[in-house]
Design a protein around this ligand. Structure first.
Ligand code: AVI
Length: 344
């Protein structure tokens, strides 16, 4: 394995990113540094180019991917109760972190329109396409909602909630998106959100739950290694993206989708396993030499963590971030949870 310093990588990328364009340099640097480490990894945001985002939408419709279905059912059953508890007699406005196309959010918005007539809804997302889709979807289906999209990366940019006179904010962070972050990152995101909220305002968080006597590990494996191979394509797409955007020469056919259950960390890990011994190239720039990344047969690139929570983990996370839990709703098999928490 060649030893590569961050300065070398940055030097290379300033040129590479000019030539191959597409992502800001900071992000490309993160990707190439991850591949240069002893334990290779890639940041999970790499999944979500146009192809990856479309594949993720397909994943949410798969029979094995119970998360979306279960959360939708919880929202359908408990929207009225959630709004009752969150509003405490006041009128609500809603903001959503990582809203995507806001397909599930419609259920809550509809319930809010029934309660209070007019609702302000602020979807916050990095994808302009998703925000446009969300606005169109809601404008067409739910009259009474004013959509105020905000194009922003809530993970690194300041979180700014739209304020409306006389309204109490309810923030939605659903889909178990929080599960794709490490513990420290999760708390940092929630703390930053807490700082943008007023005391007593609510946060509705969706989390996938850990295996238990009701929920088999088998169901988890099936959700992340589906029979149609959509999740495998989603995972392998990051290599195609690096070829296109960094000019690397991955052969995706020489890698396979691999998932592992890490019981100590309570997370599903996605990896890409090299099925042969091979070398992959990061092209040279004017001020940096070509870089070769070597893979042993069976060596993996760790591409994603998807944490699976229990009530202790949820409580601990909220407490550390300055919230207190108001109520938790789960399905009968306790596969998924929606938690309403209040800013302290
Ligand atoms: C977006 N996120 C909550 C998904 C998850 O389940 O962790 C991403 C995903 N990865 C594989 N399938 C879906």
């Amino acid at each position: 394995m060649e030893l590569v310093t961050e300065t070398q990588v940055r030097g290379k990328l300033s040129e590479v990113s000019k030539r191959f364009l597409a992502r800001p340099e900071r992000e490309l640097t993160e990707a190439v540094l991850g591949l240069s480490a002893t334990r290779k990894s890639l940041p999970a945001w790499l999944f979500y180019d146009a192809t990856g985002s479309a594949l993720f939408e397909q994943i949410t419709e798969l029979p094995e991917y119970y998360l979306t279905r279960t959360e939708r059912a919880l929202l359908t059953s408990y929207s009225d109760e959630i709004l009752e508890l969150a509003s405490a007699g006041k009128s609500l406005s809603m903001s959503e972190l990582g809203s995507g196309t806001a397909a599930k959010t419609g259920i809550l918005l509809q319930a809010a329109v029934r309660r209070q007539g007019l609702v302000f809804y602020q979807p916050i997302d990095v994808s302009k396409v998703s925000l446009d889709t969300a606005r169109e979807y809601i404008n067409q289906r739910i009259p009474g909602v004013t959509v105020l999209p905000q194009l922003s990366n809530y993970v690194i940019e300041p979180i700014q909630l739209e304020r409306h006179a006389g309204k109490k904010a309810l923030v939605l962070y659903i889909g178990s998106s929080i599960g794709n972050f490490l513990k420290g990152e999760r708390i940092r995101i929630l703390r930053r959100l807490r700082d943008a909220m007023e005391p007593e305002e609510g946060l509705l968080l969706g989390t996938d739950l850990a295996p238990s006597q009701h929920k088999s590990l088998y169901a988890l494996f099936a959700a992340y290694d589906d029979s149609q191979g959509v999740t495998a394509k989603f995972n392998l797409n990051v290599l195609t993206r690096l070829n296109r955007e960094v000019g690397m020469n991955f052969n995706p056919n020489l890698f396979r989708h691999l998932i592992r259950w890490n019981a100590v960390e309570s997370r599903i890990e996605m990896h890409l396993e090299s099925i042969v011994r091979q070398e992959v190239m990061v092209p040279a720039g004017l001020d940096a030499m070509e870089l070769r990344i070597r893979f042993g047969k069976g060596e993996t690139i760790h591409t994603e963590n998807s944490y699976k929570f229990n009530t202790g983990m949820i409580d601990e996370m909220f407490t550390a971030a300055g919230f207190s839990v108001t109520k938790v709703w789960t399905d009968p098999l306790q596969t998924f949870a929606l938690t309403l928490a209040a800013a302290r």
